[in-house]
Design a protein around this ligand. Structure first.
Ligand SMILES: Cc1cc2nc3c(=O)[nH]c(=O)nc-3n(C[C@H](O)[C@H](O)[C@H](O)COP(=O)(O)OP(=O)(O)OC[C@H]3O[C@@H](n4cnc5c(N)ncnc54)[C@H](O)[C@@H]3O)c2cc1C
Ligand code: FES
Ligand code: FES
Length: 477
C-alpha cells in the first residue's frame, strides 16, 4: 500500500464515480450522500435505530462475489465505501420509471409522510436480490415507521417479484468489480494484510482500529469525536476466515455477524439464537465479533454466549501472537487485557462445546443442555438489560460441567463461578436448582440504570436459571 493514494479513494454512488478527495475522514456516508444533493436518504436518529438512512451497498461476499447489503449510512464512514457501489432510492428508479420495490410500496399504500420510505425501500431492494426465494421479514427489523402502520409495508414486501435475469441491478451481481482493496487517504487507512495493519497501528499517531464501525461511528455522530487516524480492518484476509482446525472453530475477528449468521447456521445453536435478538439486519451486515469484544461493553451480547462456550481469543501485535481464555480478557468496566497496538485476530471455540452432535463426544449417557436469554425492553433491535447463556454437560443425570455466563449484571460480561461450583457433581433435579438459585441470587450486585433497576435485575438473574430448568425438564414442580 502506498501512502496518500487519493486517486484510489473512489466509490460508485448511484452509478457515478465519486471521490473522497480532501474529505474529513470522520464524515459519515450519510452526510456525504446528502451533501451530494441526494436528500432522499434521511437522517432520523444518527444512531442506527430507525433505518431512515438505509442504503444498499454492493460489496464482495466471502468468495469475492458482489452482493447487495442494506446498511445504515449514518454508521458507515464515507471511506468505508471506497471500491464499492452505493445505491440510494434516487438511483434505483425515477418517478416515471419506478423500481419494482418502489412500485410495490406505492400500490400497497406503504407510505404516508414518507420519511421512513426510502429506508424501507432500500432494505427491501437488498432483500429482493438475496439468493433465497422467500422475502425474509427479518430484513425490515431495522426500519421504523411512525405513521403508515406495518401491514401495507409487509404486503408490499410480500408482493415483490423476484428480479428477472435482464434486471440491470441483478446483472450487477455478475458484472460489478467491487473490492475492498488497500488505500490510504487523509486519516483513513485500509490495509490489505495483517502485518501492515499492525505496523500502522504502532506507527500512526493516535491510531484507532475500526471494523464495522457500528460502535465507533456513534462516537462521531453522538459524542462528536474526531479520530486522527482510523485503520479499517475490513480488507485483511487473516481476520476474515472461518475454519475448523485442531478441535476448534476459528472465527476471524473481522467477519461480519450476518456472514456468521448464514455460514454457521446449524453449527453453533447458541449463536443461531443470538442473531435473532442482536440489533438489526443493517447492523449485523456491518458489525463484527472483534468489535463486540473490542468495545468491551458490560451489555455486549456475543461475549456472554462466547463465555458459555469457553471461547479463547488469539491476540496479535508486531511482537507476535498470544492466546488467552475469554474469561481472562475482561478486567473491569470497558477495560481488557488487550495491550496498546494489539488487536483481536481470531475467536476460537472448542468444537466439543458447540452443542451440535459431535461423534467424538456422542456417548450414550452424555447430554448437553444449552440456552441463551436476552432480556430487553424491545424484542428486536434493542440492547440487553440482562443477558444469560448457559452450557451444562451431564452424565447419567449428574452435572459434570457448568458454564453460566451473564451480561448486564456487573461491570463486565462474567461467569457465575460460585453457582457453577454448586451445580457440578449434583443430580439435575429441583433440589439442586433451588440451591443453585440461592447462590446465584447473591453472586452479583447489579446496578440501576436507564434500562432497569438493580432490584429488577436481581430478580431476573435467578429466574433465568429457573426458566432454563423448566425448559429442560418440562416439569413445574
Ligand atoms: C442500533 C444498534 C443496535 C445494537 N444492538 C446490539 C445488540 O443487540 N447487542 C450487542 O451486543 N451490541 C449491539 N450493538 C453494538 C454494536 O453493534 C456491536 O458492539 C458490534 O459488534 C460492534 O462491532 P463493529 O465491528 O461495528 O465494531 P467497531 O465499531 O468497528 O469497533 C468497536 C470497538 O472495537 C474495537 N475493535 C474493532 N475490531 C477490533 C479487533 N479486531 N480487535 C480489537 N479491537 C477491535 C474498535 O477499535 C472499537 O473500539 C448495537 C449498536 C447499534 C448502533
Ligand atoms: S439515521 Fe436512524 S438509523 Fe441512521
Ligand atoms: S410513512 Fe411516516 S414514518 Fe413511515
Amino acid at each position: 500500500m502506498t501512502g496518500q493514494d487519493q486517486t484510489a479513494a473512489n466509490f460508485s454512488l448511484n452509478g457515478i464515480s465519486v471521490s473522497l478527495g480532501a474529505l474529513d475522514h470522520n464524515t459519515t456516508l450519510l452526510n456525504f450522500i446528502r451533501a451530494s444533493g441526494l436528500t432522499g436518504t434521511k437522517e432520523g436518529c444518527s444512531e442506527g435505530d430507525c433505518g431512515a438512512c438505509t442504503v444498499a451497498v454492493l460489496t464482495p461476499d466471502a468468495s469475492g462475489k458482489p452482493k447487495y447489503q442494506a446498511v445504515n449510512a449514518c454508521l458507515m464512514l464515507a471511506g468505508m465505501a471506497v471500491g464499492l457501489e452505493v445505491w440510494t432510492s434516487e438511483g434505483i428508479g425515477q418517478p416515471e420509471a419506478l423500481h419494482a420495490v418502489q412500485a410495490a410500496m406505492s400500490s400497497a399504500g406503504g407510505s404516508q409522510c414518507g420519511y421512513c420510505t426510502p429506508g424501507f425501500v432500500m432494505s427491501m431492494f437488498s432483500e429482493t436480490y438475496a439468493d433465497h426465494l422467500e422475502f425474509d421479514e427479518a430484513a425490515l427489523v431495522g426500519n421504523l415507521c411512525r405513521c403508515t402502520g406495518y401491514r401495507p409495508i409487509r404486503e408490499a414486501a410480500h408482493a415483490l417479484p423476484k428480479p428477472k435475469a435482464n434486471d440491470p441491478f441483478f446483472e450487477r451481481l455478475n458484472t460489478s468489480s467491487v473490492s475492498k482493496s488497500a488505500f490510504s487517504v487523509n486519516g483513513f487507512h485500509r490495509p490489505d494484510h495483517l502485518p501492515e495493519a499492525l505496523r500502522l497501528l504502532e506507527t500512526l499517531p493516535n491510531a484507532r482500529m475500526i471494523a464495522g464501525g457500528t460502535d465507533m461511528a456513534l462516537e462521531i455522530t453522538t459524542a462528536f469525536k474526531r479520530f486522527e487516524n482510523l485503520i479499517s480492518l475490513e480488507g485483511i484476509p487473516e481476520l476474515l476466515e472461518i475454519r475448523e482446525v485442531e478441535g476448534f472453530l476459528e472465527i476471524g475477528a473481522g467477519v461480519s455477524l450476518s456472514r456468521l449468521e448464514t455460514e454457521l447456521r446449524g453449527r453453533v445453536p447458541l449463536l443461531d439464537e443470538l442473531w435473532t435478538w442482536f440489533a438489526s439486519r443493517q447492523i449485523r451486515n456491518r458489525a463484527t465479533l472483534g468489535g463486540n469484544l473490542g468495545t468491551a461493553s458490560p451489555i455486549g451480547d456475543a461475549p456472554v454466549v462466547l463465555l458459555a462456550l469457553e471461547a479463547q481469543l488469539v491476540l496479535s501485535s508486531i511482537q507476535g501472537e498470544r492466546t488467552v481464555p475469554l474469561s481472562d480478557y475482561f478486567l473491569g468496566y470497558r477495560k481488557t487485557l488487550l495491550r496498546t497496538f494489539e488487536l483481536i485476530k481470531t475467536i476460537r471455540i472448542p468444537i466439543e462445546n458447540l452443542g451440535t452432535i459431535n461423534p467424538a463426544h456422542e456417548l450414550a449417557s452424555k447430554q448437553y443442555l444449552q440456552a441463551m436469554y436476552k432480556i430487553a425492553k424491545r424484542g428486536h433491535d434493542d440492547i440487553s438489560t440482562v443477558m444469560a447463556a448457559f452450557h451444562l454437560e451431564m452424565e447419567n443425570n449428574l452435572v459434570t460441567k457448568a458454564r453460566l455466563a451473564f451480561g448486564g449484571v456487573a461491570a463486565i460480561p462474567i461467569r457465575a463461578l460460585e453457582t457453577e461450583k454448586t451445580l457440578i457433581g449434583q443430580v439435575w433435579n429441583r433440589v439442586a436448582i433451588d440451591k443453585a438459585k440461592k447462590v446465584l441470587a447473591l453472586e452479583f450486585k447489579p446496578i440501576s440504570d436507564a434500562r432497569a433497576s438493580a432490584s429488577y435485575r436481581a430478580r431476573i438473574i435467578p429466574n433465568l436459571l429457573e426458566k432454563f430448568w423448566l425448559e429442560n425438564t418440562g416439569v413445574n414442580a
